[in-house]
Design a protein around this ligand. Structure first.
Ligand SMILES: Cc1ncc(COP(=O)(O)O)c(C=O)c1O
Length: 480
């Protein structure tokens, strides 16, 4: 542990123990530095880290204050690994998902069920300027040259970002796509045939289930821990039993759990899959939204056999709606590019060039630092509100990044009924059953904390907590 991490850990422990309380001012940087015998920059780093975790907040010129982020009132953390039913399943989730989420898309609804963070968190004006200047300077031949596998300038920038995180990903491996969703679908198509089985986490992102359904694939749901991701022992058993042709996993800030596989576990995962020659489609769209001190490495960092297809995008971190994603497709890059050529042919060239220019000219890391900090603070506010407004028996995850909370309600509460009642009151939630091929997680909800914390959100969480509390009233009293 580095010095600033040790200092941050001590302060965090004091906050969790209640020695430092909400509203308390942290000692000045100079005082802490003198007391601990460390430099001012070490203290600053520790304070920045605590800030990114949502535990303290800087106030103009007057120092750092304890926010109470996730301190008192937080619901107990979820600990139990999921236990999905065994077997491989032909899917019929898509209609159900459309029906539920379609109703939640209106701007008038408080978007706790949305998969997107607030669009106001992104540098859209600056990106707009880049769009204008890139389009004006467009080399006419780039509209041909920059089709699939994509703009050389953008692929180079993506490769450089991997390099900054210590990963060697050659430009040749990168195929630019229409968002991560296309990358994931192409990778799936590159390594499976209809009727094959694919391993997913339990719960998993409903769009993964929809993609499997569309490609006539069977889902095998594997037990997953809410903090540490898929269980490797259960995965090994499922591999032996079902001989899957691929795994589709979210190793960092999984949707909906927010789980983060520890590095050693990611390495062991890749080793296990390599022994069986099974490709991993790594869905990694949230990795830039970490609250710690560095980006968690993807499983791809441990791939020596070219079996990991790392799929990501700028949709969650920089440019929602621009629909620019990519697959770093390892040994499958050619197949993935061919899939793309025979489906959507290419990705908008002016948009690729605008993003390449933005990445080249800098500012992305500054934007990301601010975004992470905002999300960490919002997580703290939402977590506290869940602890405050939801009835006893509620549990929630406390992810180290991303913008989702997975909330387990008391066992008798039906999340689909809560979803309907909440929607009648202008609030959307994502109910648990849409995250499972077998419609499990009946008493779970995914809540999005990527929208500003304000009086409206607070009221929505109070209403939601009231609905859940009403659903657990003793027999005989009114129910939803
Ligand atoms: C886990 C996961 N993967 C992929 C996507 C899709 O990303 P994109 O918008 O870049 O297609 C999402 C969006 O909600 C997601 O949550």
């Amino acid at each position: 542990m580095k010095r600033y991490e040790a200092l941050a850990a001590d302060i965090e422990a004091s906050i969790r123990a209640g020695t430092l309380q909400t509203g308390d001012r942290l000692p000045s940087v100079r005082q802490t530095g003198e007391r601990r015998g460390v430099s001012a920059s070490t203290v600053f780093q520790a304070y920045y880290l605590l800030e990114a975790r949502g535990l303290v907040r800087a106030r103009d010129r007057s120092g750092y204050y304890v926010t109470g982020g996730g301190v008192r009132n937080a619901p107990p953390e979820m600990e139990r690994t999921s236990r999905p039913g065994e077997g491989s399943i032909a899917l019929d989730v898509s209609e159900h998902v459309f029906e539920i989420l379609g109703a939640s898309m209106s701007r008038k609804v408080v978007p706790l069920g949305s998969a997107f963070p607030s669009p106001l968190l992104f540098p859209l004006e600056r990106l707009g300027q880049m769009m204008g200047s890139s389009a004006r300077a467009l080399d006419p031949w780039s509209t041909v040259d920059d089709m699939t596998p994509g703009s050389a300038a953008l692929r180079r920038q993506i490769s450089l970002r991997y390099l900054a995180d210590g990963l060697q990903v050659p430009v040749d491996e990168i195929v630019v796509t229409n968002g991560a969703m296309e990358a994931l679908n192409l990778c799936l198509g590159a390594v499976t045939r209809p009727g094959d089985s694919v391993i997913v986490e339990s719960p998993t992102f409903y769009a993964a289930l929809q993609a499997l359904e569309r490609q006539h694939l069977q889902a095998i749901e594997v037990p997953t821990h809410p903090r540490e991701g898929i269980e490797l022992e259960a995965l090994a058993v499922a591999i032996e039993r079902h001989k899957p042709k691929a795994c589709w996993l979210m190793t960092t800030f999984q949707n909906p759990l927010g789980s983060l596989m520890p590095e050693a576990k990611k390495k062991a995962l890749v080793e296990l899959l390599t022994r069986h020659g099974i490709p991993l489609i790594e869905d990694d769209v949230y990795a830039e939204l970490y609250f710690g001190d560095r980006r968690p490495p993807p499983a791809k960092a441990f791939d020596t056999a070219g079996l990991v297809m790392h799929c990501s995008s700028f949709s969650k971190s920089l440019a929602p709606g621009y629909r620019i994603g990519w697959a770093a497709a390892g040994g499958f890059a050619r197949q993935v590019a061919r899939q793309k050529l025979s489906t959507t042919l290419g990705t908008s060239v002016p948009t690729q060039l605008a993003l390449a220019a933005y990445l080249e000219q800098g500012g992305f890391d500054r934007h990301l630092r601010k975004l992470r900090q905002t999300l960490a603070v919002q997580q703290a506010s939402f977590t506290q509100a869940v602890g405050h407004f939801f009835p006893p028996g509620t549990r929630a995850t406390r992810p180290l990044g991303g913008y989702f909370l997975w909330v387990e309600l008391p066992a008798e509460v039906d999340a689909l009924a809560i979803h309907r009642a909440a929607l009648d009151r202008g609030i959307s939630v994502a109910p648990g059953p849409i995250f499972s091929a077998m419609h499990e997680f009946r008493n779970c909800l995914r809540l999005n904390y990527g929208h500003a914390w304000n009086a409206e959100t607070e009221k929505a969480l109070r209403t939601l907590g009231g609905l859940v509390a009403a659903a657990v009233r003793p027999a005989g009293s009114a129910r939803l």
